[in-house]
Design a protein around this ligand. Sequence first.
Ligand SMILES: [Zn+2]
Length: 78
Amino acid sequence: MKIEDQLAQRFVCPKCQSAGAAVKRFAATGTGLSRMFDIEHNVFIAASCLNCGYTEVYNPEILEGKDDVGAVLDLIFG
Ligand SMILES: [Zn+2]
């Protein structure tokens, strides 16, 4: 299963505790910040709470490097 789908399923909002998120993968190219840190090729995943809109950003390169992403999501969301 894709990281995006797993996040969307497992996401629990730290602000309002509701479950479920809209998940988007995006590239941080061309912004002042990415140039400053020389991370032009970095891709991130944003998970937005469906209830309140609170958004958390993850680095998929790190999540996808794990043998067991489900275990990592257990750590994040309990
Ligand atoms: Zn929320």
